[in-house]
Design a protein around this ligand. Sequence first.
Ligand SMILES: Cc1cc2nc3c(=O)[nH]c(=O)nc-3n(C[C@H](O)[C@H](O)[C@H](O)COP(=O)(O)O)c2cc1C
Length: 188
Amino acid sequence: MNDATLNMLGIAGSLRAGSYNLGLLRAAAGLLPPAVGLDIITLGDIPPYDADVQGQGDPAPVEDLKRRIIMADVLLIATPEYNYSIPGVLKNAIDWASRPPKTCCLRRKPVGIMGASSGESGTIRGQLALRQVFVFTDSLVMAQPELRVPNAGQKFDGQGVLIDEELRERLRAYLAALVEWTRLVGSI
Ligand SMILES: Cc1cc2nc3c(=O)[nH]c(=O)nc-3n(C[C@H](O)[C@H](O)[C@H](O)COP(=O)(O)O)c2cc1C
C-alpha cells in the first residue's frame, strides 16, 4: 500500500440519461479514498464490433476507449442486468477492447464490478456473466466484496442521483476495497 495517485476508469453499461448505473458511478466520484481519481466513460459512440473494420484500424471511439483503459490503474464497471446477462453495448465494447488478444489492454487489468437493477436480484446474474467475459481477457476481477443494488428505483431519483444513505456507505466501502485490491495486484 502506498500513496501514489490511482486512476480509476468508470464504465457505464447503460446509455440511459437517467441510468441508475451511471448514477452509481457519479456518486462514486464523491466517495473515493484519498489520492484516487475517477474518470467516467459511456459507450454510446462505440460502433458494433466488425472484424473487417478492426482490420483497417480501430474507429476513433474505440481508440479512445482503449487509450483510457491503458491509462487506468483499475476499471470500475457499473452495469444493469439485461435478460439475466449484460447489455449488448457493454459486451460490444469489451469485444473491441479485447482485440487483438496478444496486446489486449484488459490483460492483467484490475476490475471492479457493480450493478443496479430495478428488480429484486440487483444484477446478480448479470455480474456473473460479466465475470465470465473477463476470464478470457485474463483481467484481475475483485471477487469480494460485491455491490449489488436491487430495487434501484427506490435509491435514485428520476435523474439518476443517488438518494439512499445506506447505499452511499456501502459504495464508499466498496471503493475502499477496490483501491486496496488494485494496490495489492496492480503494483500501484
Ligand atoms: C432489455 C432489458 C432486459 C432487462 N432484463 C433484466 C433482468 O434480467 N434482470 C433485472 O433485474 N432487470 C432487468 N431489466 C430492468 C433493468 O434492471 C432496468 O431497466 C434498469 O433500470 C437498467 O439500468 P439503468 O437504470 O442503468 O439503465 C431489463 C431491462 C431491459 C431494457
